[in-house]
Ligand binder design. Structure first.
Ligand SMILES: [Zn+2]
Length: 70
């Protein structure tokens, strides 16, 4: 199951959660239980780095075009 990063819209708390693709729209903040939205920092970093050796990677496929599913 992929690990997504989220930010709480209510208290601005940032956290990571392992959820299904469908479930990431219903993730709530572990602190205040507020609605949270997905953030894409790791996503962008991995793309601009152009390397598979970065921390938090996990996708080693050269055919990968953004790690949205792997
Ligand atoms: Zn919160």
């Amino acid at each position: 199951m992929p690990n997504y990063d989220f930010r709480c819209k209510k208290c601005d708390h940032k956290f990571s959660s392992r959820v299904s693709y469908e479930g990431k729209d219903a993730v709530t903040c572990p602190k205040c239980d507020g609605k949270s939205e997905q953030i894409f920092t790791g996503f962008l970093y991995a793309k601009s780095a152009g390397s598979t050796t970065g921390a938090g990677g996990g996708c080693s496929s050269s055919n990968c075009s953004g790690c949205s599913g792997c």
